[in-house]
Write a protein that binds this ligand. Structure first.
Ligand SMILES: *[C@@H]1O[C@H](CO)[C@@H](O)[C@H](O)[C@H]1NC(C)=O
Ligand SMILES: *[C@@H]1O[C@H](CO)[C@@H](O)[C@H](O)[C@H]1NC(C)=O
Ligand SMILES: *[C@@H]1O[C@H](CO)[C@@H](O)[C@H](O)[C@H]1NC(C)=O
Length: 975
């Protein structure tokens, strides 16, 4: 029923210019591939491999036509210093078949090569997509009438020719309707004829270096056309077309690898469940023509459970969504709609010399009839690509790594099959200090563009231009210089000491360092001994009367007006040692009806106020001035009274007068936190019987279960509900070292951060559950971290704090936020308002305390037994994960979930983060906030497009998820 409705709307999208779910890009390739699975036997792959029937080329006189094709000016166009041309080239006068092109010269045209750009489909327009939303000089404004200049246009470095091909696509047409039943061979032959005639029209380009580029289904067009050009050059004994190289992006080059890579990518991107992925892996044989019904069922289940996410970029927003969250790039998801309006404007068509014979309209981005009737299409282009590699032309294969339709995993499966030895191993290439990856094989180069979907120049225009320039120059993309690497190190150290805008802001990775450090002292700790907290020291309880009133915050400096109360201050947990923990408490507007929630950040050694309260889920965030605050409307105190604790002593404003207290560990931290809570509840007696929850992230994957366990044990010992614990939720949490390590390196590979060789090296040399690993294992590990380069630890798509790049992360989160918080919390006025630092603790206040972290004593290697115990106790246990985190990736958590040994109650489904739906038609469509699977006694939730600090990156999704947790309901399913 729902499926049928989706179909109706998809068809609607084809016919009329409504803002469809993904704009007008409705997935012709997905449909094409699905369709041909059923007719697999009809085609004989072997027969289709090489183009053989080179029909004689029709060459017409072209004199004077170039001048007629010159575009004087496009409606609504800004002024530019290059020439544009467009018009028709007849490729078959008898049939009346003519192809439409748009040619954008470079400002310095005579020194630049000619580059042909082809979009795929099959049946999609290189002008509507390539020229108008990707690499052309102009993009259409939302008014559908005016254009803006794309400063990353590829005609900065080349003369770029866009071709609508085959006939039937865009403005290209034939007077013989049977021509609309076409395929790969006819398309290649027509494109070749087009080029020969076009070069007659533009003879100055006849001997110019010529390149063919394209994406998607053009993974067929480009190699086939290149092959035809080279064969015809041979047959005619002359360089008719001076072909120098090809580049294909997110390209369909091998059906088997595409299918295998797609479903694996679905799993590694946390889009489908373990069961469905397993079902596909064990029931489908992607190189076979016949697959069982079971295989097809699992496949369908995969597509169904993914839900409504954008086909061409798993993190991009849909065109219809009202949400403010941008994709990895700033690309407007409704762009295709604007182009549709623009190219159907008769004034525009006139200026373009398009539709002069009155082709039936409207102009469409993609022609479904062409695509549906497609005749020949080999299942693999690998032999053709190999042939081109041997021919001596330049061959580059690139991939935007957040595409869903032709994912980077698919392309990576194909690369080794080209059978070429590696010349330059995988390294991060530099675009403004930020990294993507490249590996050079003999005669073929593979490049990834990080944070780009299917349409690379749309999503990452700057990175795409850098890559494209390198391709034309025949140079590998720029490496980070050694000197710069040293500089990064110096700067990292600097970051610890002073408030400069560092590479990743002040979040400099204490957890990564902690995990790494303890690998070397693995045998020192005895995991078994650390599993359960046993020594419950008697709790110190002090009189707390009147202290609550003293802790009330009148107003924080630079704070907007709000209708809830805030408190902060110290609670002494050990009067003899002089140990006191600092807290910040944000009540709800309606405090008496809401539960009490404790939030803990990890580290170990990091502040729940600096991170949790000030950059994640608290009601205020600090402005770049470091002095004023803005209100976070997704603050968790909308639905709960939220308590932030700086723990253990030594973190943030918390301190001890006994310096040996700064050598601490998990047990002491839990015990002190427990003492804190008991005393805090004395200070706030109205909360004593209130439902109580503990939440936290990262290393708090230790703190939270351990504290929960201690509370339950002490409730038992004292035969009373001292603390009314109802549940815990932990996010991107360190819960098992073995799974974290295995999950991390697998995630590195599946996110296209490390090379095949390094991943293989780790897999075959490291045993993550063993205490002792070989030198070889450590070497591979180091290589992994080295080749990743400088990307943000806590969100693989987020920009760095220092980068001047305009590309935002998946969310709008300001990567320099921690710097602003540092300035704010070190302001004496702020400290006074917070009742912090009253005894003169040595400063400055720091987000994370490295000394605490370095000296950490006890820390079990797995929390799974503790979590199991909590599950059995009857409290609510939720484990969540932001799926773009690098430090505790979703893959790591997914490896742990089955080990909790709990049966599935509600299988994996996409949850709805839209909340409210925009209108009745769109009611059935929703925005996937992430996925959820409910086991007996434990719930696993992902938050899509979010890094380590979930409420920072996806504040709206985080609040929906948190509200569901508090209410004890699963996150909303599709309505
Ligand atoms: C190309 O050269 C070969 C060998 O020199 C010759 O046999 C053939 O006829 C030539 N073809 C054309 C079209 O000139
Ligand atoms: C061509 O022009 C005619 C008449 O102006 C119009 O009806 C038709 O939709 C146009 N075709 C295309 C492909 O835009
Ligand atoms: C690379 O190209 C050379 C000649 O251009 C050829 O001899 C060699 O076999 C090619 N290698 C691969 C792996 O394609």
């Amino acid at each position: 029923m729902r499926g049928a409705f989706v179909l109706v709307l998809s068809l609607l999208c084809l016919g009329v210019s409504v803002q469809c779910y993904s704009g007008r890009k409705y997935d012709p390739l997905g449909k094409f591939m699905k369709d041909r699975r059923s007719k697999r036997l009809v085609n004989n792959p072997a027969e289709d491999l090489v183009l053989t029937d080179y029909s004689p080329v029709y060459v017409a006189p072209q004199e004077g036509l170039k001048e007629l094709d010159k575009i004087l000016s496009l409606p609504g166009q800004p002024e530019v210093n290059f020439s544009q041309y467009s018009g028709y080239v007849t490729v078959d006068p008898k049939a009346g078949r003519a192809l439409f092109y748009y040619f954008t010269e470079s400002e310095d045209r005579s020194s630049k090569p000619v580059v042909l750009w082809l979009n795929g489909g099959p049946g999609c327009s290189s002008i509507g997509a390539g020229a108008m939303t990707e690499l052309g000089p102009f993009r259409v404004n939302p008014d559908g009438k005016t254009l803006w200049y794309n400063r990353y246009a590829w005609n900065n470095v080349a003369n770029v020719l866009f071709l609508e091909s085959p006939a039937g696509v865009g403005f290209s047409y034939s007077n013989t309707s049977s021509d609309y039943v076409t395929g790969d061979k006819k398309t290649a032959a027509d494109s070749y004829n087009f080029l020969v005639n076009w070069l007659e029209r533009y003879p100055e380009y006849k001997t110019r270096g010529f390149y063919i580029t394209g994406e998607s289904y053009a993974g067929h067009y480009v190699p086939q056309l290149a092959d035809l050009i080279l064969e015809n050059n041979k047959i005619t004994n002359q360089t008719v077309i001076n072909l120098k190289g090809i580049a294909i992006g997110n390209a369909l080059i091998d059906h088997t690898d595409t299918e295998a890579g797609t479903f694996d990518h679905f799993w590694t991107s946390a889009l489908i469940s373990d069961e469905v992925h397993e079902g596909i892996k064990s029931n489908c044989n992607f190189s076979s023509a016949n697959n069982s019904e079971v295989c097809y069922d699992y496949r369908e289940q995969a597509y169904e459970t993914i839900g409504n996410i954008y086909t061409y970029d798993i993190y991009a927003p849909l065109c219809s969504t009202s949400s403010s969250a941008p994709g990895v790039s700033n690309f407007d998801p409704c762009s295709s709609d604007y182009v549709f309006d623009y190219l159907n404007n008769p004034e525009v068509q006139k200026a373009l010399h398009a539709n002069i014979t009155g082709v039936p309209g409207p102009w469409e981005d993609c022609n479904d009839i062409i695509s549906t009737g497609w005749q020949d299409s080999p299942y693999t282009l690998l032999p053709t690509i190999k042939k081109l590699m041997e021919s001596g032309i330049r061959v580059w294969i690139y991939s935007g790594d957040t595409d869903r339709i032709l994912p980077v995993t698919a392309t990576r499966y194909s690369m080794p099959k080209l059978g070429s030895p590696i010349k330059t191993p995988w390294y991060p290439w530099d675009s403004q200090g930020e990294h993507r990856y490249v590996v050079e094989y003999q005669n073929v180069t593979f490049v990834t563009i990080r944070g780009a979907g299917h349409f690379v120049p749309s999503y990452q225009p700057e990175r795409a231009l850098i890559f494209f320039s390198s391709f034309l120059q025949g140079k590998l993309p720029p490496k980070q210089s050694k000197q710069k690497a040293a500089f990064v190190l110096v700067l990292s150290l600097l970051c610890l000491a002073v408030s400069v805008q560092c590479y990743s802001g002040r979040k400099y990775d204490p957890l990564g360092k902690f995990i790494k450090d303890r690998r070397s002292k693995r045998s020192v700790n005895n995991p078994a001994e650390d599993l359960v907290l046993t020594d419950y020291s008697p709790v110190y309880v002090a009189p707390q009367e009147g202290l609550k009133e003293l802790d009330k915050i009148l107003s924080l400096p630079g704070q907007p007006e709000v209708n809830f109360s805030q408190y902060s201050g110290y609670v002494t947990v050990d009067p003899k040692a002089g140990r006191a923990l600092f807290y910040y408490f944000t009540e709800s507007e309606d405090p008496s009806s809401k539960p009490l929630v404790l939030w803990l950040n990890g580290g170990p050694g990091c502040s729940s106020i600096g991170a949790g309260a000030m950059t994640e889920l608290g009601p205020f965030r600090v402005n770049p001035d470091g002095k004023t605050l803005w209100y976070n409307r997704y603050a968790w105190n909308n639905v709960a009274n939220v308590l932030f604790l700086e723990s253990p002593a030594g973190v943030g404003f918390s301190y001890s007068n006994t310096s040996s207290d700064y050598v601490t560990g998990d047990k002491k931290t839990a015990a002190d936190s427990y003492n804190f809570l008991v005393n805090w509840l004395e200070r706030y007696p109205e909360y004593k019987t209130r439902g109580f929850y503990i939440t936290g992230e990262s290393y708090a994957g230790h703190y939270v279960p351990q504290l929960a366990d201690l509370i339950l044990e002490n409730n038992k010992i004292t035969n009373q509900t001292v603390i009314n614990l109802k549940g815990i939720a932990i996010g991107n949490a360190l819960i098992d070292d073995t799974d974290t390590e295995a999950g991390t390196f697998d995630h590195f590979w599946t996110s296209a951060l490390i090379s095949d060789e390094v991943h293989e090296g780790i897999k075959s040399n490291c045993n993550f559950s063993s205490a002792n690993n070989s030198e070889v294992c450590y070497d591979y590990r180091e290589q992994a971290y080295e080749t990743i380069g400088n990307i943000y630890t806590y969100d693989i798509y987020a920009p760095l704090c220092s980068s001047s790049s305009s590309a935002p992360g998946v969310s709008n989160f300001d990567p320099c936020s921690s710097d602003y918080v540092f300035d704010y919390l070190n302001n004496p006025e702020v400290q006074k308002a917070l009742h912090a630092n009253i005894t003169g603790v040595p400063g400055p206040w720091e987000d994370c305390n490295y000394i605490i972290s370095f000296g950490w004593r006890d820390s079990p290697y797995t929390l799974l037994p503790t979590i199991k115990k909590l599950m059995e106790s009857g409290i609510r246990v939720w484990i969540y994960s932001g799926d773009t985190d690098r430090i505790i990736p979703v893959t790591a958590t997914r490896y742990s979930m089955p080990k909790l040994g709990s049966p599935i109650k509600t299988p994996w489904y996409p949850w709805d983060s839209q909340g409210e739906h925009r209108n009745a038609i769109l009611n059935h469509f929703f925005k996937v906030g992430g996925y959820v699977v409910d086991y007996q006694n434990v719930t696993f939730v992902t938050i899509r497009g979010s890094g380590h600090f979930v409420p920072s990156y996806q504040p709206e999704r985080a609040l929906i998820f948190f509200s569901s947790f508090i209410e004890g309901k699963l996150p909303p399913a599709q309505g």
